[in-house]
Design a protein around this ligand. Structure first.
Ligand code: PLP
Length: 465
């Protein structure tokens, strides 16, 4: 397949609005073929993260529900009161899982909002803290403090919202941030900080309890990024794994994000941002009461939204319940530790920090991207990282099938041998977020930006005539 212009050779290219429509059946047939081809990649069970559920029956069930509400615009609640039920109950289930106090008096009641994904929840959290600072303090140049391992979405949110981001280095061995260093980065203009449970890169959990104490002492907010871990760590804790409390049980935690579209097993496009206090959420509502188009209010950045995703997410959650989530979590944790044992069996490889379901490893003896190159040849798709170069595996349901961990151990052994043989050569893969294609990142930052801009342009381009 031509990766620059995918499917152009097989199905042609639509260069402008077709003068006549096509038959629905031919469209469905074509897309069924494409989807089936693309699904085979992750159905092998060899892809890190991304396909958290991977169960076609569950997808078909959610699609059935989605279909009934996809056309509904939930901005117009008089026409779809069901959206209020879905939204309210998704938030309630998430708050319950995160041990929020929903029985408090109305002003300090824990609440939530549904966003379009992890980055959306992070963006709205930063927005809420910025608006709170605007109305309740005289901060004019707000800053937000993050351990460098916290997701890049915080940097993006701060960039978009005009908030300074302050990064604090982490311990290279544990990958955890030192609370005293976070404290030192806070000043009178700090609106909030973040701790991850867990972070994307290493799957490790920041010292949330200590950060919560600092947040209380310094009078700032503490967001816990549970985008990745929010829907799996709670079950891991109940299963007895070493997972410290990271949610609303911890004093000082003011917001938590948890992605329904990751380990919540919903369709892509939803996440829940939860707030200890209603006033923090409500402070970022947008109102314009004197617009010619009518008095306007919206709870978040989006205007119109589809009811389909809400309905499908709700259906996913109530169809699984605690039992369902716990059952899958048990298998995911078990699989992740067996996969980690395979890594530990090679003295040349080193697991970074003390992870659980998502783990990262490097090598002090050879370039880890050689290991990745060999794993890729065997169909594996891990995620690349840098500083240090490392590759990570977020274990998901496609990996829990029988036989997969044995294949992992075999292919990893082959990959280590390959890395020894190719030591000193330039590997083919490198640290590109969400994957490892794209070559090693030894070039200058400016050069990488040009290459990445070109990559994004090409993702939206047509083949030349
Ligand atoms: C810890 C963490 N936070 C935030 C995000 C961003 O989530 P999204 O890609 O849904 O915007 C991710 C994505 O993997 C993540 O792992």
């Amino acid at each position: 397949m031509n990766r620059t212009y995918p499917y152009a050779e097989t199905y042609g290219v639509v260069r402008g609005m077709p003068s006549q429509g096509r038959s629905r059946q031919s469209i469905v047939d074509e897309l069924t073929e494409i989807a089936a081809t693309e699904d085979t990649r992750w159905e092998s069970g060899r892809c890190s993260g991304t396909m958290y559920c991977g169960d076609h029956d569950h997808y078909a069930f959610m699609a059935q529900v989605y279909e009934r509400f996809a056309h509904v615009n939930i901005l117009q609640r008089d026409m779809c009161p069901s959206a209020t039920r879905f939204e309210g109950e998704i938030i309630a289930m998430t708050l319950d899982m995160l041990h929020a106090d929903t029985d408090a008096d109305l002003d300090s009641e824990a609440v939530g909002m549904i966003t379009t994904g992890g980055s959306g929840s992070i963006l709205h959290a930063v927005l809420a803290y910025r608006e709170q600072a605007r109305t309740e303090s005289d901060i004019t140049r707000p800053n937000f403090v993050k351990p460098e391992t916290a997701h890049v979405a915080f940097d993006k949110a701060c960039h978009l919202l005009g908030v300074e981001i302050r990064q604090v280095g982490v311990d290279p061995v544990t990958t955890k941030v030192d609370p005293a260093e976070m404290d030192a980065a806070i000043d009178d203009d700090t609106i909030a900080m973040v701790g991850s449970a867990c972070n994307y890169g290493y799957g490790t959990i920041d010292p949330i309890e200590q950060l919560g104490q600092i947040a209380l002492d310094r009078g700032i907010g503490l967001h816990v990024d549970g985008c990745l871990g929010g829907f799996i760590l709670p079950w891991g804790e109940q299963l007895g794994y070493d997972i410290p409390p990271f949610d609303f049980r911890v004093p000082g935690v003011t917001t938590v994000s948890a992605d329904t579209h990751k380990y919540g097993y919903g369709f892509k496009g939803t996440s829940v941002l939860t707030f200890r206090d209603k006033s923090l959420r409500n402070g970022q509502y947008f109102y314009m009461t004197d617009w010619t188009g009518g008095k306007y209010a919206s709870p978040g950045i989006e205007g119109s939204r589809s009811g389909g995703l809400l309905a499908a997410t709700w259906a996913a959650m109530v169809s699984l319940g605690r039992d369902g989530y716990m059952g899958y979590a048990r298998k995911i944790f078990e699989t992740a530790f067996v996969m980690q044992d395979a890594v530990k069996s090679h003295p040349e490889l080193r697991i970074i920090g003390d992870p659980t379901f998502c783990f990262s490893f490097t090598s002090d003896e050879f370039n880890i991207y050689h290991v990745n190159d060999s794993l890729s040849t065997n169909g594996w798709r891990l995620n690349g990282q840098q500083y240090p170069d490392a590759i990570h595996m977020a274990v998901t349901r496609p990996q829990i099938r029988p036989g997969l961990v044995e294949q992992w151990a075999d292919d990893l052994g082959e990959a280590v041998a390959y890395a020894h043989r190719h030591a000193g050569e330039k590997p083919l893969s490198g640290a590109i977020y969400g994957g490892v294609e794209g070559g090693p990142t030894v070039e200058s930052d400016e050069f990488i930006r040009v290459v990445m801009a070109d990559m994004m342009d090409r993702q939206q381009a047509l083949p030349p005539l």
